[in-house]
Design a protein around this ligand. Structure first.
Ligand code: SAM
Length: 236
């Protein structure tokens, strides 16, 4: 079982350093030419980023807080968040993604500000403690067998707030995924795993987290459940 877990992570890492990197880098670049499906996914993902930024702005105090963006990709969320004045530690398991994110940050600022850092890091090896931990469109790459230990790792470094996304396991999406798997070529992408919202919320609740907000983003080919949780402060 442990061996399988390690291999799954290796598959994800290899993918996001090679074909997956090329694919997602293009999807996450508004100016690059992509096909219609990818355009749709780009649009959905941008909605997710915008909603999360809106929530964070609404909660206020951005400049006073530390953020950890686990699995930051090319920096689609970390960079605009740093532009709002936040202290952001962005990390990703893929060296290619981190290199690209750093390039993008340099385009933005010339020299990357000290408030924004990039690191090649498996989120399960994260150290330290952050006011907010973000983990966007990462869990979809892992099966239920790994879900709990991933959530555990994220929860461990989060002090106050967590914002995570996942692909919800509802009957509709289970069927849609089944249909999708009939199409030739779909297996070239990484596997996508759906998760039950209850599994995620229950396991975080056991670790002292409470769901505060949620929003479902859905386009034709992109769907993502965004959840914000806060640490329950016991008083009295
Ligand atoms: N969060 C970014 C965003 O929304 O723009 C990127 C999403 S991309 C679909 C998934 C990212 O998760 C990839 O960059 C991949 O390398 C990263 N990733 C996958 N497993 C990871 C792990 N165990 N630790 C850190 N990053 C991981």
């Amino acid at each position: 079982r442990i061996r399988m877990t390690v291999d799954d992570k290796k598959v994800v890492t290899d993918y996001f350093n090679t074909v997956g990197f090329e694919r997602w880098k293009r999807i996450y670049s508004p100016t690059e030419q992509v096909n219609r499906v990818q355009q749709d996914i780009r649009r959905g993902h941008q909605q997710t980023v915008d909603i999360i930024l809106r929530w964070i702005e609404k909660d206020g105090n951005i400049t006073e807080q530390s953020f950890c963006d686990a699995g930051c990709g090319v920096g689609s969320l970390a960079i605009p968040l740093a532009k709002l004045g936040a202290r952001v530690a962005a990390s990703d398991i893929s060296l290619s993604m981190i290199n690209e994110a750093q390039e993008r940050a340099k385009l933005e600022w010339g020299v990357i500000p000290s408030s924004l850092s990039f690191q090649v890091q498996d989120l399960q090896q994260l150290q330290g403690s952050y006011d907010t931990v973000l983990c966007v469109d990462v869990l979809i790459h892992y099966s239920d067998a790994q879900l709990i230990s991933l959530l555990d790792s994220l929860s461990r470094v989060a002090k106050r707030r967590m914002i995570i996304t996942f692909a919800p396991k509802t009957l509709y999406y289970v069927l849609l995924k089944k249909i999708g798997e009939f199409f030739p070529g779909s297996s070239k992408a990484t596997r996508a795993y759906l998760h039950r919202e209850k599994d995620i919320i229950d396991s975080l609740q056991q670790r002292g987290w409470q769901k505060i907000r949620n929003e479902f983003v859905k386009t034709k080919f992109y769907f993502s459940q965004i959840v914000q949780l806060e640490k329950v402060i016991l008083s009295g």
